[in-house]
Design a protein around this ligand. Sequence first.
Ligand SMILES: [Mn+2]
Length: 260
Amino acid sequence: MKILKIPCSCGALRKKAGIEKAPDAICKELENFYLKENGLLPILDIDEVKIENSNIEAANKSIQKKIKELNIPAIVIGGDHSITYSCFKSFANNFNNPGLVVFDAHADCENDFRPPTHEDYLRVLVQEGILKSENIILIGIRNLHINELEFVKKNKIKYYSMKELTENGRQDNAEAIMSVARKFDALYISVDIDVVDPAFAPGTGYVEPGGMSSRELIFLLHKLRLLRNFRMMDIVEVNPDKDISNLTVKLAAKLVVEMS
Ligand SMILES: [Mn+2]
């Protein structure tokens, strides 16, 4: 599996310091995993995008150029969540009906900044016509701004809040999510690590209590990995400077291994 490091923090507004260290920190942890849980050996081919973190436009350009040339399937290690804008934009060029499954405590549709930040990359993807709103599934939502709730409802974006996920059985959740995701001609998965409860993943900018366990996330990712249309994933918003005992970095590394 191709692994692409994107040490970008320029879309993170006031919470940026430290996010750019995540790709190296996560890749260092990869060495500590032997076999995947399915018994297969992870084969990882690591590459990097050089990022100038003082210039978001230049960073977006570099990311889009690299993704265009990238052999997929691939896993991207960010970086703040704004990189999903550039990654998905380049990715979407190659397909007729690409879809995005997002694991995140937030909907990232709050504002409408151009270039988009990590608070509104999803809204901009929809508003620029790059991603159809019916081809989005948000999972793990638990802190929506009123603007976001309105946007999500108006655009009929499917979302599974933490509350709903908890009330329904995990198998039912997985089947409902997969029945939509398998219809895309190419599946892109974006994992904001804050979807996981801060007890498991404290190393991130916006900690949100009441999230999923690492195992609940891995359960759903294992299911999605089985879909034939899986093409790309990113892991974003890990901040090694805010981490405790490297827990969040290690979890991100495990996700890379399991999805490879
Ligand atoms: Mn988030």
